[in-house]
Design a protein. Structure first.
Length: 161
């Protein structure tokens, strides 16, 4: 695992993810992601509904406030399989995707040799780019005055891209 996968505790980690599997598609198949961390087997569940499709890529994020140490992504996919009673079966892809540190100069986590990127069907790529804003527009009247909620927040609408 190289330096770009070292995350400072407290950041919101954001990753692009893509599938190299012929029988799995993030848009069509059912799935959920578990972020596994800690000595007590803690996890963060990320359902399919929380994945975003931005610039022809699937992206997800999670908070690192309570995380220290290695982070694994466990993607549980539902695949079509006519040999199974209900024509579906679960398949799991589990791999290390990051290492969260509380100090600025960590000793790097050495990923086991079994988890080389080129050997995987599911590929994660960390990103720090902020491109979600282009998906939304601020609601305003004809004079350009922005609409606000009763709490004072601006109202946004999803653009049809």
């Amino acid at each position: 695992m190289d330096e770009k996968f070292i995350i400072q505790q407290g950041e919101r980690a954001k990753f692009f993810v893509k599938s190299m599997k012929n029988n799995f598609n993030f848009e069509e198949n059912s799935y959920y992601l578990e972020i596994l961390y800690g000595m007590q087997g803690r996890k963060i569940m990320i359902p399919k509904s929380e994945f975003l499709y931005l610039n022809n890529r699937w992206v997800f994020s999670f908070p690192t406030t309570d995380i220290i140490g290695p982070v694994k992504a466990r993607l549980v996919m539902e695949l079509f399989d006519p040999d199974c009673p209900d024509d579906t079966r679960e398949e799991v892809d589990e791999q290390y995707i990051a290492f969260v540190v509380s100090n600025p100069c960590p000793r790097f986590f050495k990923c086991p040799p079994c988890c080389k990127k080129q050997d995987r069907d599911i590929i994660y790529e960390r990103t720090e780019a902020s491109d979600i804003a282009e998906r939304y527009a601020v609601l305003a009247d004809k004079d350009g005055v922005r609409f606000r909620t009763s709490d004072g927040d601006y109202l946004y609408v999803l653009r049809n891209l």
